[in-house]
Design a protein around this ligand. Structure first.
Ligand code: GLC
Length: 804
């Protein structure tokens, strides 16, 4: 029997972990990028404000073993015969034997419930909506039959706000770290902490709503490091009181000792802690006072659940597949919200350090996963992205959200290669058009946004959003190679194929084709005939070049090297076929349907596995600088023949375009994390979110997932399932219904809010077809075609669709 680590509780919108010894830490996100971070299932947390690299609060070192303390923890101790039994109700770092352990991974909160030594602890960890404070709401119950004397000691370990400096300078950092304690009449205390240079404008604070009898702010003293004390057994906790030491340097922590006194059997106590950062303690005081009140904390928690209820209520599906329902109604949209917030910046695998920041191509795609639910927030991110686009139409690869400083990404490590990414700027066309289709807000196109290029810190030029999009397209049009195909740049979507200058990318050609299709539709909607024709000509030109060069016999090639040699061809020894090389020609409409079918069949034959479709095969076996990053991986890992999940939904979409709903859904199912619950020992990652990659079948650990949470998979599987399988597609003038489903489905329903109108759509499939709409009735009246017109805001519309 496979090891079980937990179960889905759909009615509570939770995944409940019941065994703390998960193969790797499983995490959840709290708050947003403006304040928040992630919590692991053993109560550790990484918290930052505005930017994990430039303004981090808590020291959390992902690479430390799972048994280690990370960022934050909680100790409880019971006094028996004058001696303390110290344990952590989070299991880590003391690793005591538990009678019960649960981590409820909820929407914007994690709740750990445990029982050790007759003490039941329930700790709910969250950041209130639109607030900048982490709350830990701790409820202690004596469930033993004897009275117990119980103490509660929450602990934070701070980091320098400059997260890289913390790890690169072990002299300057510790010489600057300072902690101070403020005590009020009720003996509640606030520990404040800051690097010296921030004293007058930015302080971290940690406090609780309960009298604190003593505290510690120096790690060395808390652990008893002189005697080699450990987090598993901090020597300070053997004594009645902590040292009340205000650290003047060193590794700063915040530990608050609360004596709850003798609690009778069944007795309950509640302690609420707050971790935040403000300009000064004075500025933080009103907020501190507010969240010391348990009613306020209850209210904030209720608001958080209302936020998620609202967010999730924009769309609701009911299909014959319960795992699909659970992913689409809860977990997938939640993951889309998380990727929209954090891009690829901060996770258990992406450390949020240095100039990583938000990714241009990543965030452009992430926006498309939330634009139906929070379009105006999505727009704000689009505006930021456009402001790091350059005047020539290309884009900065990444940017720090706090400073808006752009960076070029990894390409600077290979100065002999082209110094731009060939695809970044094209994605924003897809994001902007998705936003306008969703909202109808065409005025956005005339908003002025500066380009990134600066002189003396000031933007040299601003232009309308429309002009930004036009420059993006012309950059690709004007940077083509020997076959007239777009140049690769340093890399396209696949970061790891880095060919010498002059190489061309079929992917860039197809993405350009898709972006042109979007522009043609947009220009048509705007009534700009000249523009329609201009882009139609560009589209046809690239389509012709593609068809003249890309066919390899049974599939499409993926690249042409600088000397014209194809890569992704039967002629290659390694990387004979690439998945994106097959799906994108279909998505862009460049491949004629017959060739598209053959290409997709080849992909199925050569790239499909029970765990998903591989990115390419066979993997390279040995470092080869002429191919770049891909050859740094062993065969089967990541971009080198691994299952890179982000690319699987593109195959689903291509299958729906070709009309095969059975295959599209088979591909959907084989990567659905909810279906991995029984094979976790092999898979290892959280079953409630998509990971970025799974090791492919050339690797000895085939099936092992990694890099969970922050992946373009979230947005694209969501789009594949809702827009292409269920087939509900926002258009400029209405909602198009064009499902492509498994033939076995008899019916399904989808409820969707679109421009303020709630559409209740019921789709019947009496003839068990996979695609095709025979008739549509709107509020009982038949309509022509399959685009449901717009209605007034607030209306409810009943739609009956019969496939056939
Ligand atoms: C990573 C990057 C993404 C890239 C992908 C494939 O997920 O964040 O931008 O497209 O890898 O290389």
């Amino acid at each position: 029997m496979a090891m079980q680590y937990g179960y889905f509780d759909d009615s509570a919108r939770e995944y409940v972990i019941t065994n703390p010894k998960t193969p790797v830490k499983w995490i959840n996100y709290i708050g947003t990028l403006s304040f928040g971070g992630f919590v692991d299932h053993t109560g550790g947390a990484l918290i930052c404000k505005g930017d994990p690299s430039l303004n981090r609060i808590v020291k959390y070192i992902q690479q430390m073993p799972s048994s280690e303390f990370k960022g934050e923890t909680l100790y409880v101790r019971v006094k028996r015969n004058g001696k303390y039994k110290v344990f952590s109700p989070f299991f880590v770092p003391t690793l005591d034997k538990y009678d019960r352990y649960e981590c409820h991974v909820g929407m914007g909160y994690s709740r750990i419930i445990s029982v050790f030594y007759g003490v039941r602890t329930e700790c709910t960890i969250f950041v209130p909506v639109n607030e900048q404070v982490e709350i830990r709401d701790i409820v202690i119950t004596n469930i033993s039959s004897e009275p117990q004397e119980i103490d509660v000691i929450p602990v934070i370990e701070y980091t320098h706000f400059d997260a890289v400096k913390q790890f690169t300078n072990a002299d300057w950092v510790p010489q600057t770290m300072v902690s101070r304690c403020h005590t009020d009449q009720q003996n509640t205390r606030v520990l404040i902490q800051y690097p010296f240079m921030c004293r007058d404008f930015k302080v971290n604070y940690f406090t609780s709503n309960y009298p604190v009898s003593s505290f510690e702010s120096d790690r060395k003293r808390f652990l008893g490091e002189n005697e080699y004390g450990t987090w598993a057994h901090p020597l300070a906790l053997d004594k009645d009181e902590l040292g009340n030491y205000e650290a003047n340097r060193g590794d700063n922590i915040a530990a608050l000792l609360h004596h709850l006194g003798v609690i009778a059997p069944g007795g309950v106590k509640r302690i609420i802690t707050q971790l935040g950062q403000e300009e000064s303690l004075q500025k933080a005081t009103p907020q501190i006072e507010r969240f010391r009140k348990s009613e306020e904390v209850d209210k904030a928690f209720k608001e958080l659940s209302e936020f998620w209820s609202r967010y999730l209520s924009f769309m609701h599906v009911k299909t014959p597949d319960s795992c699909l329902n659970s992913m689409l109604n809860v977990h997938n949209p939640r993951q889309c919200f998380i990727t929209y917030n954090w891009s690829r910046y901060l996770s258990y695998y992406q450390l949020g350090l240095g100039t990583r920041g938000l990714g241009f191509r990543d965030s452009s795609q992430d926006v498309m996963g939330v634009v139906d639910r929070i379009p105006e927030e999505g727009k704000k991110l689009i505006v930021k992205l456009l402001s790091v686009q350059k005047r020539d139409g290309s884009a900065m690869h990444q940017f720090n959200p706090l400073s808006m400083e752009g960076s070029m990404g990894d390409l600077t490590e290979m100065p002999d290669r082209p110094q731009y990414y060939g695809d970044d700027h094209l994605w924003i066309v897809l994001a902007v058009t998705a936003y306008i289709k969703e909202t109808g807000n065409r005025d956005f196109l005339s908003e002025q946004i500066p380009f990134y290029d600066k002189e003396k810190g000031k933007a040299i030029e601003s232009a309308t959003v429309m002009e930004h999009l036009r420059r993006a397209l012309s950059f690709t049009k004007n940077n083509t190679g020997k076959h007239g195909l777009p140049l690769l740049g340093f890399a396209d979507w696949n970061d790891c194929v880095n060919l010498p200058k002059g190489a061309e990318s079929i992917f860039n050609a197809c993405l350009y084709g898709k972006a042109l299709q979007e522009m043609i539709e947009l220009a048509d909607f705007l009534g700009e005939e000249k523009l329609v024709n201009e882009y139609k000509t560009d589209y046809e030109m690239m389509k012709t070049r593609f068809n003249e060069s890309a066919w390899d016999g049974e599939w499409f090639v993926r690249y042409f090297d600088h000397d014209g040699t194809p890569l992704g061809s039967s002629k290659n020894e390694h990387g004979k076929i690439y998945l994106n090389g097959q799906s994108w020609p279909v998505i862009s409409g460049f491949a004629a349907p017959e060739k598209g079918r053959i290409a997709m069949d080849s992909a199925r034959k050569m790239l499909n596995t029970k765990n998903g479709l591989k990115l390419s095969t066979p993997g390279f076996n040995g470092y080869d600088p002429s191919k770049g990053g891909i050859t740094t991986y062993p065969p089967g890992a990541k971009e080198n023949g691994g299952i890179f999940l982000h690319t699987n939904p593109w195959v689903m979409i291509a299958e729906t375009i070709l009309g095969d709903g059975d295959r599209a859904f088979e591909y959907y199912n084989q990567i659905n994390p909810a279906k991995k619950n029984d094979i976790i020992d092999e898979y290892e990652c959280e079953p409630y979110v998509y990971p970025q990659n799974i090791l492919g079948d050339e690797h000895p650990q085939f099936g092992l997932g990694r890099n969970s949470w922050l992946s373009g998979t979230a947005s694209w599987v969501y789009q594949a399932a809702t827009k292409y399988i269920m087939g509900v597609q926002p258009q400029y003038n209405g909602l198009k219904i064009d499902p492509c489903i498994p033939g076995s489905w008899e019916e399904f329903t989808i409820e969707r809010l679109f421009r303020g109108t709630r559409y209740r759509i019921h789709i019947h499939n009496p003839k068990h077809v996979k695609k095709g709409v025979a008739s549509v009735k709107v509020n009982g009246e038949p309509i022509e075609g399959n685009v449901i017109p717009l209605f007034k805001e607030g209306e409810e519309v009943k739609v009956e669709v019969v496939m056939g």
